[in-house]
Design a protein. Sequence first.
Length: 256
Amino acid sequence: MSTANILIGGGRIFFNDGGQDGNAGNGYLDMGNIPALAVQKAITEIEHFGFNATNRSRQKDLNIVTDIGMSLSFTVDELFAEMWNILLFGNGTTTQTQSGSSITNEAHNAPVLLDRSVFTDESNISSLVVTGSGGSPTYTLDTDYSIENAVTGEIKIIDGGAITTGLAIEFDYTSAARVREKIVPGADASVKGSARLEFTSQNGDDFTWIIQNCEVKPDGDSPLSSTEASEVSVVLNILVDKVVTPTEPFGSVLHG
């Protein structure tokens, strides 16, 4: 026994939305900080028993392995756009650019129930003026309406002010430039590709697990917290690779 073999360390997982079946993909995505990581292994066996006349009992004489599965389960706490794409079953991200401009006569209707909100078409707003249809009358801030959140463009219509339920109103405002990533949730139940686990040790040997075929998806709920770092569970199911490395169905581990 050697204390040099006791393993203490951490891993980073890199996922490429390609690489399987000879598809090059877009390159390896660093999935960020991984607070917890585990290798999961599952084997299903059929047991056979023979009858021993001397002992007058059934005795197991054969195990037949019918199913083998392997996966990596881990948590992530860096929730950037490409990670949200995986967690929300998206099929990729697209860039949405708001150039920033002066908006005039943007038409809306006051909510049916007052003291509820209306959102401007663009976000990051300033210099808001609310008027009636056609630009008249001009309504009063904090009497007829309030700006609840200028970043999201949330405007609340105040109950008891001059704006009545369902009334046609118009917004004039200035929006600032903003670049965001759009994700379409539910478009792809799992994302397939290839992966690498790079494990770096404080004690023990480093190793690399090269995985040629896999799928990655969220594992259970994705809790979001205002009091601590939000951590989300993810599972990377290793799929048998029959094309790139058929003699290494679950990839290969380079140890040391």
